[in-house]
Design a binder for this molecule. Structure first.
Ligand code: ZN
Length: 82
């Protein structure tokens, strides 16, 4: 679920599986978890269901964590082999 606002015409749209547009020249189009517009600077994300803003952050953190974990595992394996 995505709750976005077009600051061009101040219309708020809550996403659904149906395609919705704000109707102004910015032409904000919302569908499912996707939002597009002529100029995204005029689009404000009011609310998103965790997996949009957070996923990027979590992915980065996860990657770092996995990398560190991999290094640790390698070290551990090397240690065990010796
Ligand atoms: Zn608009």
């Amino acid at each position: 679920m995505l709750h976005v606002k077009c600051t061009c015409c101040n219309k708020e749209i809550i996403s659904s599986s149906k395609l919705q547009t704000c109707g102004c020249e910015n032409n904000m189009i919302v569908r499912n978890g996707t939002v597009t517009a002529q100029d995204l600077n005029y689009v404000v994300l009011i609310k998103s269901k965790d997996n949009i803003k957070n996923s990027g952050f979590l992915t980065n953190a996860d990657l770092k964590y996995q990398e560190e974990r991999r290094k640790r595992k390698v070290r551990k394996l090397t240690f065990e082999e010796r």
